[in-house]
Write a protein that binds this ligand. Structure first.
Ligand code: NAD
Ligand code: UDP
Length: 336
């Protein structure tokens, strides 16, 4: 049985679906601090399987202990955490508490139960912003905000555990920019309040929830002056987790890999692609650069291909199409 923490979140729910489709037995947990209960029905509807789920908090060690006592958990995919960079700057203590204390609780209980295969949601934000692009796994690490540091520290904690106890195998998955949604349009990204990320902002403009997109600067040193990122379809990302889990189970060793497409797209590229596939005009205004942003980054994704035989299936048009279907079918997201 695979324990999936943060199972009802954006990436967790898509990975849950892929795990069930691949025949894994899954136990999901979440405290719904950033997700909806409706995801549970939706996952069942997509997969045709009853989903096993228990509500609980990563900060509750007793809850985690009882989970391991009562279920034959062999490995863990850990998504649960807070992910807003802006919030992490405003309220660093609760951010660190959730992401670091939650992780430590989980690792302690895993160790007590001889469970030592762990897939970790890391991020491209662990790369020092001064690195050249594309980012390669061996490059120097660092961050500019508490969220990024929480991922950096989490990686370090896991590496220290691996040194102390060589029976552990850990997959450090450094995600680039997940967008898109399941093709059913039943699950997708549903940020609370004003979206921080580009794609949900675009879809909310398209569906009429927001008047226009603010583009954070058109004077970056990029071909069209807008920021460049490596957007990856969330289903491709989810499938990367299955491959990484299989690697831990079969190879019994750790790996650190980028999960990105290896291709950079600018804000205007994404807007154009979205307009093409949706037939909707995205009104935008150019505004000041967002503090903390960098001009561009994208992955070198060769190592994931080599170690896991993982490559992406979906292009940017498909990412936009699926994001749009999700938003159109659910104009107010899960409505919570
Ligand atoms: P999400 O917010 O949609 O999902 C996280 C889930 O964890 C939510 O359902 C939330 O309710 C749950 N959660 C948070 N704290 C919890 C706690 N203490 N106990 C139990 N459940 C808790 O985020 P996501 O986009 O699915 O991201 C999943 C993971 O991937 C996160 O760790 C995030 O930092 C990481 N990540 C995300 C991105 C991205 O762009 N979405 C990029 C890089 C890394
Ligand atoms: N962006 C933008 N307007 C928005 C949100 C994002 O112009 O409302 C830009 C942002 O400056 C960056 C790109 O879109 O160049 C991706 O931003 P996002 O927040 O989605 O990802 P991140 O910057 O965290 O990689």
């Amino acid at each position: 049985m695979i324990l999936v923490t943060g199972a009802t979140g954006y990436i967790g729910s898509h990975t849950w679906v892929e795990l069930l489709n691949a025949g894994y037995k899954v136990l999901g947990i979440d405290n719904f601090c950033n997700s909806s209960r409706k995801v549970l029905d939706r996952v069942e509807k997509i997969t045709g399987q009853k989903s096993q789920f228990i509500e609980g908090d990563m900060l509750d060690e007793k809850f985690l202990s009882s989970l391991f006592r009562n279920n034959p958990i062999e490995s863990v995919i850990h998504f649960a955490g807070l992910k807003s960079v802006g919030e992490s700057i405003k309220i660093p203590i609760s951010h660190y508490q959730n992401n670091i204390h939650g992780l430590l609780n989980l690792l302690k209980v895993m160790q007590e139960n001889q469970c030592n295969k762990f897939v970790f949601s890391s991020s491209a934000t662990v790369y020092h912003p001064n690195n050249l692009i594309p980012y390669v796994e061996g490059m120097s690490l660092g961050s500019t905000n508490p969220y990024g540091w929480s991922k950096y520290m989490s990686e370090q904690i896991l590496r220290d555990i691996e040194v102390a106890d060589t029976s552990w195998s850990v997959a450090y998955l450094r995600y680039f920019n997940p967008i898109g949604a399941h093709e059913s349009g039943l699950i997708g990204d549903d940020p609370k309040g004003v979206p921080n990320n580009l794609m949900p902002f675009i879809t909310q403009v398209a569906v009429g929830r927001r008047e226009y997109l603010s583009i954070f600067g058109d004077d970056w040193p990029t071909p069209d002056g807008t920021g460049i990122r490596d957007y990856i379809h969330v289903v491709d990302l989810a499938r990367g987790h299955i491959k990484a889990l299989d690697y831990l189970i079969n190879q019994k060793q750790s790996l650190t890999i980028n999960l990105g497409t290896g291709q950079g797209y600018s804000v205007l590229d994404l807007v154009k692609s979205f307009e093409k596939v949706s037939g909707k005009k995205i009104h935008y205004q150019i505004v000041e650069r967002r503090p903390g942003d960098i001009a561009q980054f994208y992955a070198n994704s060769q190592l994931a291909k080599k170690l896991l035989d993982w490559t992406v299936e979906y292009d940017v048009d498909r990412m936009c199409k699926d994001s749009w279907r999700w938003q159109l079918k659910n104009p107010n997201g899960f409505g919570e």
